[in-house]
Design a protein. Structure first.
Length: 561
RNA sequence: CGGGGCGUGGCGCAGCCUGGUAGCGCGCCUGCUUUGGGAGCAGGAAGUCCCCGGUUCGAAUCCGGGCGCCCCGACCA
């Protein structure tokens, strides 16, 4: 019997000073987790119970698609990472042993799993699907928001090994199905989005994003529910501007001390969407390029970098002055001798832009007529855009990435030499996929999505306990005895139940019960026990009910069924 | 890496400007009284004031350097 009086559940009356995200605050206050250093957390017993529940759900669904659980070490010889070419990634923790040999604290396990895949000899042994739950280390630039971005965390990572693309495709979509079931079972609101392949290398990727205010990704969602994408990859139709009257040629107007789009729009009484924003940048080859997006849009850095063939930076004021003979707030595309990359949204219509003369703007600037740009999609999707499928309104919400799936192809098998012999005896590289889930993020996202002030409302599937029995006046023997009986019966009925048998005041017990967040609560106290009754409450619905102490276990079991 | 904030019993904070032997609330321990949403009284334990150096008769307080943590930005499996 789990008695709160004997468990290490250090709840706090106050919010910790260093926590802002709700999940961080509540995990610390509720005695689930403690911070050991920046981005380093211990799961205390209560938190580990939740973590293990998430892990078990993942395990069941992975096994259901035929994956085999194993365990690879956290440390890896640097050599493996040098072979794959990932040794130089800045996020990699590197270390040496006493002999001076170099090691890596694995941030994922592609290298190590591919190392094992080298023992595969024949097409007859394929496909294979391996996974483990293992600690990952990442030297993050900036850990933040409690468990949402940490430097060390447990990940379920699985790796598929197939003969060819077709096999990979099958393994990939098996994972997608398993992932949907996992996150549904964990009670999360989530979206499966096309993702960026990033540092992992590879071709196709989906990421699973759970909307929550503390998230660090942004997700574009269609109100009709038929489109969801990371803004990094989102496609959308911009809203239509209200254009002013058409002009036969650009007209210069004086705009003293007017720099920002908001100021321009207000000063000229025009729709901000009918303005163009000039963003001079310096590309990877050192040349100055003018990016041009609509006034209400934002330049998409990844898209722009793709166009320019590498990282770029905003031009310095001196560079701007030299190229435009004007300063930052007064720039435009007309008459400049630079490569001009204009967003697709500027193709049709006449826009207000800077005049390349401080204090002046141009009305009625028209692409094709007044300047000759390259049209490329270089903007971010924003709130109010329209869905490319149905035209429905898109909103942009913050979200946290809780899992992802990647088609790696031969990104790792080739450099590491994981090959098999096909039917004709020919050597082929194994075709791989990798698939990750962070149980800690799942747990944190569940809180982010299901909390209420000082309460955690756990989805039933991952709550640390299903039922908490609160024994008020625990010193009273009959009360405690009744509570223990109820706990005993609930356990026999197969429900994990926590007994609060501490000698504490009722207020404290209720407050802690709110933090522990068991879906069902039974309060045993003098007031009702005189009538042989106890109070039941369900956290999610707020439903309250008074039943006899004898009936309580079966009634609760019925409600939980 | 840039900007901002913070570091004082377990937790939350005051004290610092204007140097003088460390304080409040909560928690903790003991006793009594209490007990349906964080009790009352009495007694008690507990602090290298982040670290190092300097100034000074004297430093939590002033000066220099360092470290740590949080937030924003940059960056990002």
């Amino acid at each position: 019997m789990h008695r709160l009086s004997q468990l290490h559940v250090p709840t706090l009356r106050n919010d910790p000073a260093d926590a802002e995200a709700p999940s961080h605050r509540l995990l610390v206050r509720g005695g689930y987790a403690r911070q050991v250093g920046a981005g380093l957390f211990s799961f205390l017993p209560l938190g580990w119970r939740v973590h293990q529940k998430v892990v078990q759900i993942i395990r069941e669904e992975m096994n259901a698609i035929g994956a085999q659980e194993m365990l690879a070490p956290v440390l890896a010889p640097a050599e493996l990472w040098q072979q794959s070419g990932r040794y130089e990634i800045p996020e990699v923790f590197r270390l040496k042993d006493r002999h001076g040999r170099d090691f890596v604290l694995s941030m994922t396990h592609e290298e190590t799993m591919t190392f094992h895949a080298r023992e595969i000899r024949s097409y007859r042994e394929l496909p294979q699907l391996w996974y483990h739950f293992q600690v990952k280390g990442r030297d993050e630039v900036r850990p933040r928001a409690g468990l949402l971005r940490v430097r060390e965390f447990v990940m379920k990572d699985s790796y598929s090994f197939d003969r060819d693309e077709e096999g990979l495709d099958a393994s990939y979509w098996k994972h997608a199905g398993a992932y949907r079931r996992i996150f549904e079972r964990c009670g999360l609101r989530f979206y499966e989005c096309e993702g960026d392949v990033g540092l992992m290398g590879g071709k196709v990727a989906h990421e699973y994003l759970a909307p929550c205010p503390a998230g660090e990704n942004e997700i574009a969602l269609c109100e009709k529910g038929d489109y969801a994408a990371n803004v990094e990859a989102a496609r959308s139709v911009p809203s239509a501007p209200n254009f002013p009257e058409r002009l036969d040629a650009p007209r210069e107007v004086e705009t003293p001390e007017i720099r920002t789009i908001e100021e321009v729009a207000e000063f000229l009484s025009i729709d901000p969407r009918a303005t163009a924003k000039a963003m001079p940048v310096v590309g990877p080859d050192g040349t100055l390029v003018l990016g041009l997006v609509r006034g209400d849009h934002r330049l998409h850095e990844l898209k722009m970098a793709a166009v320019l063939g590498g990282d770029f930076r905003p031009a310095h004021p001196e560079e701007i002055q030299e190229a435009f003979a004007a300063s930052g707030g007064s720039l435009g595309p007309v008459g400049v001798q630079l490569r001009v990359i204009a967003d697709e949204a500027l193709r049709e219509g006449q826009f207000v832009s800077g005049a390349n003369r401080d204090g002046f703007h141009l009305l009625g600037v028209e692409a094709g007529r007044d300047y000759q740009p390259e049209f490329i999609d270089i903007r971010e999707a924003i709130d109010g855009d329209a869905c490319i499928h149905c035209g429905g309104r898109l909103t942009v919400e913050p979200a946290i990435e809780i899992g992802n799936i990647f088609k790696l192809g031969t990104r790792y098998s080739e450099p590491l030499g994981a090959v098999y012999l096909d039917e004709s005896g020919k050597e082929q590289s194994i075709v791989m996929g990798s698939y990750g889930i962070g149980p800690g993020r799942v747990l944190a996202a569940a809180i982010e999505q299901n909390h209420d002030g000082n309460k955690i409302v756990w989805p039933r599937s991952i709550a640390p306990y299903e039922v908490e029995v609160v024994a008020l006046q625990a010193a009273g023997e009959s009360i405690l005895a009744t509570a223990e009986e109820i706990v005993q019966k609930l356990s026999e009925l197969g429900h994990e139940t926590l007994l609060d048998d501490r000698e504490a005041r009722p207020g404290e017990k209720f407050a802690d019960a709110d933090l522990i967040g068991a879906p069902a609560r039974i309060t045993v106290g003098k007031k009702t026990l005189e009538d042989g009754a106890v109070d039941l409450s369900l956290l999610a619905s707020g439903e309250q009910r008074r039943v006899t102490a004898d009936d309580a276990p079966t009634v609760v079991a019925g409600l939980l069924a």
